[in-house]
Design a protein around this ligand. Structure first.
Ligand code: GCU
Length: 651
């Protein structure tokens, strides 16, 4: 680490710490660790306002006279309203718990920092999804799986004795966007994370996070009773196994009384699980749930089951295994489903399990870290990706969106020890957008982009407009240069960074990109209709009917669901091949456009953040070309078609 500078991105969207007291008048009738943090937050950056600000829970005696109805706010919702107390105007920030007041304080700050007036302010807001979690894929050796912002924040060597002040900064940033839980370690879990020394370290972090309303969760390796307990089996139906987990849960709650629970990856990519013993996912999840139940904990059981059991279509595995278990999970189990059926691609249709398990609590799992979208270097604002999935109609119940089916939402964190936390300034926006949408999935990704820009770069309108415009085109650009029209998983295996659509020689069929695009001299795309894998049969009938025919399939998913001739006529009349080439070119052109836009801000954005973003856009421009040229060259080696007139030849 090097010394802090005012503009190095450490302060995230909360900005650099003000050097002097701001002069805002803050009243706190009752103090608590959480309310104190809310007050400190306002003192540190709220400017002097015409009225004093009062931070108080709804049961405070001062508020009795006001007769506020706060029932609709639930436990975490807040109300910010100008009221009269005695004869004085006061900006009241209230809610039914201390953490609600904290959320309200951050909301007031966002409002003021965006340049909005507080006259007659009246904002009420409650979270739509009760559990809003980050999932860290952090390993105990300090590395981060698919993390691109340096080593893990958690320094297991110096915990629990030393609590790096950065842990507090982390929790503060999360609280500011409503995150209320964090899973500390990788889904590819090591049993050691459940041993006494690691539990003491997790407890130290939990102590730091608690006043910010954030609970700690841990991943649980299903075979831990064997590895740590010396048992011969981890069969969930064995009473000795259940007893081991019960004792482990009791031990954890003695150290962390508000422990959130376990996240489990079982029987996927080589991880142990109940299926090793002929038991079901429900048997496994319910056994862990019983251990946590007396303490109020939750099991997040992942539906990402990727095994070689059904090589015909990897996209079907989760639904095939989980849909039959609907209604069989205990009520403190949440089945955590990735946003799409394969694996965090730049674009996927939504997972068919959303809406299809009405008797099961579901979580949506998104990747904030950009494993398949250019790691930390490429600029890809994920707000539109999150929004697109959350707003999709499931077709299972009238008007039901994916967001409406959720009891929890998880984002695989993009946070590491880099000074700017996320590896780039614009990656911070993905962390921000995840939190804001988890709180309110009805917010638009455009609104969030503008809001983030103003919090991050200030209120210069030209900056806000330009940054927002760059953000809104960025994700689609990545889709276009990596795989338009629903092509997916064409990445170099293992690293998932550059192109590798030609790779065909790996042991298992679905490890090879050729499995996903199925291109040959005649055509391209994965037939998932009844004549192919029939994955469309996993969607609600109205949706499946639309996906059955290429003409009624949304173009962005065309080749995800259909195998089509290269000469297939697209809606505008051009051939599929020509349309594909145009999209690849468009992706490259969009990155050039972002570069130009950023260049116009050189004198309006601080030098350090400007220069890093500029350099990264240069990398992205080069690599967008690499993607386009490598992909087109490979497709042309199969289809022997010329480039349409007007396209630049691959380099
Ligand atoms: C992807 C990712 C892995 C990760 C897995 C998961 O396959 O590449 O690193 O372990 O997802 O979600 O479990």
């Amino acid at each position: 680490t090097y010394p802090a500078r005012a503009d190095d991105g450490y302060g995230l969207w909360l900005g650099p710490a003000a050097d002097t007291a701001t002069g805002a008048e803050i009243e706190v009738p009752r103090r608590s660790p959480t309310i104190d943090r809310a007050a400190a937050e306002l003192r540190r950056s709220l400017p002097h306002l015409p009225a004093a600000v009062m931070l108080a829970t709804s049961n405070a005696s001062h508020l009795v006279m006001l007769d506020l109805d706060t029932r609709a706010l639930g436990h975490e919702g807040y109300l910010i309203r100008e009221v009269k107390i005695g004869n004085r105007p006061v900006i009241l920030v209230t809610g039914n718990s201390d953490v609600a007041v904290l959320y309200g304080a951050f909301s007031l700050l966002r409002h003021v920092r965006a340049g909005e007036s507080t006259a007659a302010i009246n904002i009420a807001s409650a979270p739509a999804i009760p559990l809003r979690l980050l999932n860290h894929w952090d390993n105990l050796d300090g590395s981060v799986e698919r993390g691109y912002a340096g080593q893990s924040l958690w320094d297991w060597w110096t915990l629990p004795d030393f609590k790096d002040p950065r842990y507090d900064d982390y929790a503060r940033a999360n609280a500011s966007i409503g995150i209320n839980g964090t899973v500390l370690n990788n889904v590819n879990a090591k049993a050691e994370s459940l041993t006494a020394p690691y539990l003491a370290r997790a407890a130290a972090l939990a102590d730091v996070f608690r006043p910010w309303g954030i609970r700690v969760y841990l991943t649980a390796r299903f075979s831990a009773p064997i590895e740590l307990g010396g048992l011969k089996t981890a069969d969930p139906r064995d009473p000795a196994v259940a007893a081991w987990w019960q004792a482990k849960a009791d031990e954890i709650y003695r150290l962390i009384p508000d422990f959130g629970g376990f996240l489990v990856k079982a029987n996927s990519e080589g991880q142990p699980g109940p299926r090793d013993y002929g038991a079901s996912h429900a048997d496994g999840a319910n056994m862990l749930a019983a251990a946590l139940r007396p303490h109020g904990g939750t099991v997040l059981w992942r539906a990402f089951v990727y095994a070689d059991t059904d090589p015909t279509d990897r996209a079907k595995q989760a639904y095939s295994e989980f849909r039959p278990l609907d209604g069989k999970f205990a009520d403190n189990v949440i089945v955590q489903v990735k946003n799409g059926p394969i694996d965090f691609q730049p674009r996927e249709p939504v997972h068919p399990l959303f809406g299809a398990m009405p008797r099961t609590r579901l979580a949506a799992e998104f990747q904030i870290t950009k494993e398949y979208l250019g790691f930390a270097t490429h600029l890809a604002y994920l707000g539109p990706l999150f929004e697109e999935a959350l707003d999709t109609q499931t077709g299972q119940a009238r008007g039901q969106t994916v967001a409406a089916t959720l009891g929890a939402i998880s984002g695989v964190a993009n946070i590491g020890r880099d000074r700017d936390w996320a590896g780039s300034t614009f990656n911070q926006a993905n962390w921000y957008a995840f939190g804001r949408l988890a709180w309110d999935p009805k917010l638009s990704s455009q609104t969030i982009a503008r809001e983030w820009s103003r919090q991050t770069f200030g209120n210069d309108a030209q900056v806000t407009d330009t940054v927002t415009a760059m953000m809104l085109r960025s994700r689609e650009a990545v889709v276009d240069y990596t795989g338009p029209f629903g092509l997916a998983h064409l990445f170099g295996p293992d690293h998932h960074y550059g192109p590798g659509p030609w790779i065909a020689d790996l042991k298992r069929p679905e490890w090879n990109p050729v499995y996903y695009h199925r291109a040959d001299s005649d055509g391209i795309g994965f037939d998932r209709t009844a004549s192919g894998s029939n994955a469309i049969g996993q969607y609600a009938p109205t949706i499946a009917a639309r996906l059955a025919r290429p003409e009624t399939t949304p173009p962005q998913f065309l080749l995800w669901f259909h195998h089509l001739p290269w000469t297939y006529p697209m809606p505008g009349g051009e051939t599929l091949w020509s349309a594909m080439v145009r999209r690849y070119d468009h992706g490259v052109a969009e990155v050039e456009a972002m570069r130009k836009q950023w260049a116009t801000l050189k004198s309006r954005v601080d030098a350090e953040r400007w220069a890093k973003t500029d350099a990264y856009l240069g990398i992205q421009a080069r690599e967008a070309r690499w993607w386009r040229d490598a992909s087109l060259t490979y497709w042309m080696s199969l289809n022997h078609l010329p480039l349409p007139a007007g396209s630049p030849p691959p380099a």
